[in-house]
Design a protein around this ligand. Structure first.
Ligand SMILES: [Zn+2]
Length: 713
């Protein structure tokens, strides 16, 4: 039984810290200071971070010292008089940087879990130093020359699989960042990057400006349809902005979404909608259109220096999709069904509007409003009722059960006080193999929201798997923002939050089950690493979990089948809207990087491209081009926004493998293959190859179409 999240895209982020290992080489030991953040980890479980001893004051000196130590290691590798070999170059690099890895474990906690204004000052001071540090390594010519020699040797005389892969990945990373260029081109390359980084900042700041300056203030008689909680917070925001007695609708998604869903004032919906979708596109000094053209030109020029036709071809070469064509093919295979579904949704909404005697034709600012009316009419799902069956403790037990069934893991709480934590609410479990009792690692859970903790949910590691210098155990964590209950009270969470909880645990299991020799092979491939975690979400709605763990917090009764049925039916609701607004953005992201930026007018390009695609006029792109921060306020998701759907295809297709098997989601044989091919190798195996080994074929999109409620041809 599969229920898909109502929210189709979970914007989860997870952080992998650089290789953290404990056995510091002799030469760095001698020169290391007594700064607590840089020290080797001591205590039980092969040493654990001293979270009880960390301080903000220690961060800057520790980071500077660790960077210096790492650069000294890199220099000694680069200046080695011996001819370059896999051992003295690649393995030496894999071994380097351990003190820095330890400092980063603390740094990550201080920036994400227990941040303070003092820490943010230190962070700002360190940012340019860290960037210089990375450049010093990536631009070290002697180092690259040695890497290149090892790489070319390995092409002729291949090494064992994991060694070969780490050589290829290391070489590729340097090469993709311009290490192969001659001096003149390198200079231009660096200039372009500098120009780009300030354009990225400008792009982001312009959006911020338009978010802060296009606020819609409502008066008392303009609150029709809005919920009490929303009205209260709108009043407070208005007061904070010096407009006491009014109600502020800010120009951000979290504010416009509920407003457009519930406000009965159509003219105001139109105004709020237009403000939001015009961010960065107002023809003033904060307009992003010219910046986008400059960014596109510079990106094209930069990859041109390395001989690539376009940015997308450069970017996708080490992704699972490999080429822009593959990514486009997937998107275009889903697109027709998606826009066809929009037409059905629009018809349903028009019917409701007519029944209400509203005398309108559905416009973009009507979509959320009438969709909500259709949802009520068709599904009548009470989210408060669902919550009563979703207790945090029970969900945690459910995840342990699933990990036991699929991965053969056992989770046992560590003795009180045996492992230092950075906050009293953080709990730690030891992970062992159910049969052999072998120690695998520690799982840290930081469940509750608090001041200084970033929002959302994420997973991270303090120590990752590797075996080239002896097996390491894994220290992994999950972090969420549940509201802390009064003592003795159950934490009740929403269905979406329960899914996210499972999702992040999927990342943790991906860390624990890693079986890789070299730390680099733990790295993630952007269109692939969300797949494992998305897949784990599916076990929340399996019968075994439902019957044992989704029980009422007072009566202990399992969640009624009729309620589960309702959740299931509601899961594909509004999928036309969700998929189409997402895909329109992903398609423009790809197409704009494949186009010639020379005489481009971005507004015209966007309009003509969407027209050619047959974009329904009743809804906009999820992120219109002048406000597409994923793509233009940095490079993280440039020509990569498709990746969410790519990972989702794998998710649906892999879930299908379980559904088709004899034991369903708990089939032992499929579970074994899941761990062996999809989890344990991480990036030690080409993802496409790994998937094929799991499934016996490439992923197909049929299962995704089915999960989204789209017809299959
Ligand atoms: Zn994730």
């Amino acid at each position: 039984m599969i229920l898909k999240s109502i929210k189709t895209l979970i914007f989860c982020s997870f952080i992998i810290c650089v290789s953290c290992k404990d056995n510091t080489p002799e030469n760095t030991k001698k020169t290391m200071s007594d700064n607590v953040l840089i020290q080797e980890w001591t205590g039980p479980y092969d040493g654990v971070p001293a979270f009880d001893k960390m301080s903000v004051a220690a961060v800057k000196p520790a980071m500077e010292e660790a960077m210096a130590l790492n650069l000294a290691e890199i220099d000694s590798i680069a200046n080695n008089e011996e001819p370059p070999t896999f051992e003295n170059t690649i393995v030496a690099m894999e071994r380097a940087g351990k003190p820095l890895g330890r400092v980063f474990a603390y740094y990550g906690i201080m920036s994400s879990n227990v941040s303070t204004p003092e820490f943010r000052t230190v962070q700002a001071e360190l940012a340019p130093k860290l960037s210089d540090f990375r450049s010093k390594i990536s631009q070290n010519e002697k180092l690259f020359k040695r890497i290149k020699t090892v790489y070319e040797d390995a092409l002729e005389h291949p090494l064992e699989d994991q060694a070969q892969r780490v050589v290829e990945l290391t070489y590729k990373q340097f090469e993709m960042n311009g290490a192969n260029l001659d001096a003149e081109k390198k200079k231009r390359y660096a200039e372009i990057n500098k120009e780009l980084s300030s354009l990225y900042t400008d792009f982001g700041n312009n959006i911020l400006h338009d978010e802060e300056n296009y606020i819609t203030y409502l008066t008392e008689d303009q609150l029709g349809g809005l919920a009490d909680g929303f009205i209260k917070s709108a009043a407070k925001i208005a007061t904070d902005k010096g407009e006491d007695g009014k109600y502020a609708i800010t120009n951000t998604r979290s504010s416009i979404d509920p407003f457009l869903t519930y406000s009965t004032h159509r003219e105001l919906r139109k105004q709020v909608w237009e403000n939001y979708y015009s961010r960065g596109d107002n023809g003033d000094e904060f307009d992003n259109n010219e910046i986008i053209v400059q960014i596109l030109k510079l990106r094209k020029e930069r990859v041109g220096l390395m001989g690539y036709d376009n940015y997308a071809a450069w970017r996708l070469q080490d992704r699972m999709a490999k080429t822009p064509e593959n990514a486009m093919d997937l998107m275009m295979a889903v697109w027709p069904a998606s826009i066809a579904r929009v037409q059905e949704e629009v018809q349903d909404m028009q019917t409701v509007a007519n029944e209400l005697g509203d005398n309108i034709t559905i416009a973009p600012w009507d979509y959320r409003y009438y969709a909500e009316k259709v949802r009520k009419k068709k599904y009548d799902l009470d989210s408060d009722e669902v919550k009563q069956y979703l207790q945090l403790d029970k969900l945690t037990e459910a995840m342990f059960f699933v990990a036991g069934e699929l991965f053969n893991y056992n989770f046992t709480p560590v003795p009180d006080g045996s492992v230092p934590v950075f906050q009293e609410d953080v709990k730690v479990w030891e992970v062992t193999d159910k049969d052999s009792g072998k120690h695998i690692g520690l799982w840290y859970l930081d469940p509750y929201a608090r001041q200084g903790k970033r929002s959302g949910a994420w997973a991270t590691t303090y120590r990752s798997s590797s075996s080239f210098d002896g097996d390491t155990n894994v220290l992994a964590s999950n972090n969420s923002n549940f509201v802390k209950p009064a003592p003795g009270e159950a934490v009740l969470v929403s269905w979406d939050d329960a899914i996210t909880f499972f999702h992040e645990f999927g990342h943790a299991l991906h860390f624990f089950s890693a079986d890789v020799k070299y730390p680099t092979l733990n790295g993630g491939v952007r269109d692939y690493t969300e797949f494992q975690s998305q897949l784990l979400e599916r076990w929340l709605s399996t019968d075994k979990v439902i019957n044992t763990y989704l029980v009422h917090y007072k009566t202990g009764e399992p969640i009624p089948a009729s309620l589960v049925e309702k959740i299931k039916k509601a899961s594909t609701f509004n999928e036309g809207f969700n998929t189409t607004e997402y895909l329109a953005s992903a398609l423009i992201d790809m197409k704009i990087h494949l186009a010639d930026p020379e005489h481009m007018d971005v507004d015209t390009f966007e309009r003509e491209t969407l027209d050619a695609l047959g974009m329904p006029k009743e809804l906009p792109m999820r992120h219109r081009t002048p406000q597409f921060s994923h793509v233009f306020s940095g490079e993280g998701y440039a020509t990569a926004y498709y990746g969410y759907m790519w990972a989702d295809v794998l998710t649906s297709d892999a879930a299908e493998a379980f559904k088709e098997s004899e034991g369903g989601f708990y089939d032992k044989e499929v579970a074994k293959k899941l761990v062996k091919y999809l989890f344990a190798p991480r990036n030690a195996m080409d993802p496409a190859e790994a998937y094929k080994k799991f499934r016996g074929r490439d992923a197909k999109i049929e299962a995704l179409m089915k999960d989204r409620g789209f017809p299959i041809k």
